[in-house]
Every structure is written in structure tokens, then in C-alpha cells.
Design a protein around this ligand. Structure first.
Ligand code: PAN
Ligand code: ZN
Length: 188
């Protein structure tokens, strides 16, 4: 054990609004931060908050397990449900676990080869996100979607691959609930 990198044990509590306390100041993502992610942005939408992330102050190194909660607001951009940007881990083989805490959502997982899965995220779900799978959360409910995430500390985040190639499916509001729509590569 390298004692120069030893951390002190600490405790954080989940608050009713989905935040963690203590935690670093939240990272806020508004619609204007998500250019290119939604298929169609109606001009009258303004700039709503889409989600925020509360992260414990843990160094991003291989020996640690960074932890965070994400609070993803309900709503749609056009027909498309509010969602996170989504990313791959920069070190592709690094894995992650999501634990659903509140609300009703879907987790879209995709490989760079175009395989994909869609799983629920809601209270009592534990989603295992293996290395190699890009991941994006989507709020398909009427309340904020809150989930806890923890991942291998040196994973890093690659947003560019998703910005360039998108995900193979989009989650749209339909008359009978969420619709999973396949996206041709050109239109992602
Ligand atoms: C999560 C995400 C969080 C926000 O903690 O970072 O839900 O989504 P984006 O990072 O895609 O904006 C996680 O998967 N961390 O690795
Ligand atoms: Zn991740």
C-alpha cells in the first residue's frame, strides 16, 4: 500500500433532491451544452436544465471508485426524451455500475460495432455497464430520474465518439409510451 495516496474514510448522504452532500459543486448540463445530441431542437425551447451530476471528491486513479448521482429532469426536446450526452470510457475496458434511485428511465448501451441494448433504470435496478459499451440515460417518466453511478477510477470519459457517431437508437415519446427508434448512421 502506498501511504502517500491513502485517503481518509468519509461519508456522504443522499438528499431528497438526489444530490449528495458533501460533494463537489454539481456539473450542470443545459440544452445549449448538448448541441448535436438531439435530432431536432424546436427554436422556442429556450435553454432548460437537462441534468446535473453530483460527484464525490475522489481522485480519478485506478485504485479509486469515483461515485456520483445524476438528476435528469423530465421532458422532451421535440419528441425526444431528455437524456444525458452519453459517452464511452476513454479506457474502453473500464466498467461501471448504475443503481436506480428515483423516477423512471431507460439506459441505452451501444458498442462501437453497432450492437445495442436498452434496459430500465428505476428504483431497485442495478445496471452493470461492461467495458466497451457506450452508455446514455434517458428519462421517460414524469419525475426527475435519479441514479447513482460508480466506475473504475482511471476510466476517463470519451464524449467525442458519441458526438461523431451518435447511438444506434433514439427514445421518443409515443402515444403508448416510449418508442425506441433505430437511427440510420447518417442521421445520428
Ligand atoms: C455517469 C455520467 C452521468 C452524466 O456518472 O457521467 O450520468 O452523463 P454524461 O457523462 O454522459 O454527461 C457515468 O456514466 N460516469 O462514467
Ligand atoms: Zn460512464
Amino acid at each position: 500500500m502506498d501511504h502517500s495516496t491513502l485517503l481518509m474514510p468519509f461519508l456522504s448522504r443522499l438528499q431528497r433532491d438526489g444530490s449528495l452532500s458533501p460533494a463537489a459543486p454539481p456539473v450542470l448540463r443545459r440544452l445549449s451544452d448538448m448541441r448535436g445530441h438531439y435530432a431536432h431542437v424546436p427554436p422556442e425551447m429556450g435553454d432548460p436544465e437537462i441534468y446535473r451530476v453530483y460527484a464525490l471528491e475522489v481522485p480519478e486513479r485506478a485504485s479509486e471508485l469515483p461515485c456520483s448521482t445524476t438528476v435528469l429532469q423530465p421532458g422532451t426536446v421535440g419528441e425526444e426524451f431528455f437524456m444525458t450526452k452519453g459517452h464511452f470510457h476513454r479506457q474502453r475496458d473500464r466498467s461501471e455500475v448504475y443503481l436506480g434511485l428515483a423516477g423512471r428511465g431507460l439506459l441505452v448501451l451501444a458498442t462501437e460495432e453497432g450492437d445495442h441494448r436498452v434496459q430500465p433504470i428505476e428504483p431497485e435496478t442495478v445496471n452493470y455497464v461492461p467495458g466497451g459499451w457506450g452508455h446514455r440515460a434517458v428519462n421517460v417518466g414524469e419525475e426527475p430520474l435519479v441514479f447513482f453511478a460508480t466506475y473504475v477510477g482511471d476510466a476517463g470519459h470519451d464524449y467525442q465518439t458519441v458526438e461523431r457517431f451518435g447511438f444506434p437508437v433514439r427514445i421518443l415519446r409515443g402515444p403508448q409510451g416510449p418508442r425506441i427508434v433505430h437511427t440510420p448512421p447518417r442521421e445520428r
